[in-house]
Design a protein around this ligand. Structure first.
Ligand SMILES: [Ca+2]
Ligand SMILES: [Ca+2]
Ligand SMILES: [Ca+2]
Ligand SMILES: [Ca+2]
Length: 281
């Protein structure tokens, strides 16, 4: 139970400009955040974010601060604070983010940054309240990774990286298939429980306006010929109860439902969002 809490990970993708109006999903050119409730040092958190092609979050505007506060408010955090992206709170020329930029926005708690023993060089955001504080970098905290500049959320399977983009723009299955191909990817193939779980984590923090997202399988019937559109056999399935039912009329294309992440066969001409998957080296 405790472990579940400690390692509870929130992956969320938000476009900052539209966060206030609601529901745009993450695409590859937006800001994506991973909020992790754990207890590690600033240095460890910094390393983990860099390994994931990101960095500890730079909170550069009131909108970004608010977006994070909103995401965190939805969760019961056990970590008392989370690391944000500065180990240079007391640089001579003022606090700097780790990309060298000076702070353009701050949200310090009252009396902070205090630096009482002279070694509170790292920046944290406290939970609750979401105010910032300077703290010794070896304290143990949760953390928030941020990715920008065209990087997508990725998972590693063996030696391969698989990156994903969720788009709620409504298209037929064939249109979605073409969009992913033209973008250098494929309509997602979900080949394992781990991959399903990773995608669920991505979907969990999106407010959906569509009932389902197309995944990369069509020609679902008859059953004995069923496979992914790229020719691979199914190695894992997560059909909803009673699905694929091919009813009330021919339902030859597969979607992942936004309600509970189970799969359903649906008419290919229906308009749905979609998930593209990109192989990365
Ligand atoms: Ca930022
Ligand atoms: Ca302090
Ligand atoms: Ca896959
Ligand atoms: Ca169905």
């Amino acid at each position: 139970m405790i472990l579940q809490h400690v390692f509870h990970t929130i992956v969320s993708c938000v476009l900052l400009i539209t966060i206030s109006t609601g529901s745009k999903p993450c695409s590859s050119r937006e800001h994506c955040y991973q909020i992790v409730d754990t207890n590690i040092t600033w240095y460890e958190a910094c390393k983990i974010c860099k390994e994931d092609d990101g960095h500890l979050i730079f909170i550069e505007t009131a909108e970004e601060q608010q977006a994070i506060a909103d995401q965190m408010q939805k969760r019961n955090f056990t970590a008392r604070a989370i690391w944000i992206g500065s180990a240079n709170v007391h640089a001579e020329d003022g606090p700097r983010w780790d990309n060298g930029e000076n702070f353009t926005y701050v949200n310090w708690a009252k009396g902070e940054p205090s630096n009482p023993p002279g070694d509170e060089n790292c920046a944290e955001m406290r939970t609750p309240g979401f105010k910032w504080n300077d703290r010794q970098c070896t304290y143990k905290r949760g953390y928030i990774c941020e990715r920008t500049d065209g990087s997508e959320p990725c998972m590693t399977v063996g030696n391969a990286r698989h990156c994903y983009k969720i788009d709620q723009t409504e298209n037929t299955w064939t249109e979605a298939f073409d969009i992913c191909c033209q973008d250098g990817g494929v309509l997602v193939t979900i080949e394992s429980e781990a991959e399903q779980k990773f995608i669920e984590d991505l979907m969990q923090n999106i407010t959906f306006t569509v009932a389902g997202l197309w995944i990369g399988a069509n020609e679902l019937h008859p059953e004995n010929q069923r496979k992914w559109a790229n020719g691979q056999q199914f190695t894992y399935v997560n059909w909803a109860q009673g699905e694929p039912n091919n009813w009330p009329i021919v339902e030859n294309c597969a979607e992942i439902l936004t309600s509970d992440f189970a799969w359903n066969d649906e008419r290919c001409s229906t308009h749905r969002g979609y998930i593209c998957e990109y192989p990365r080296l």
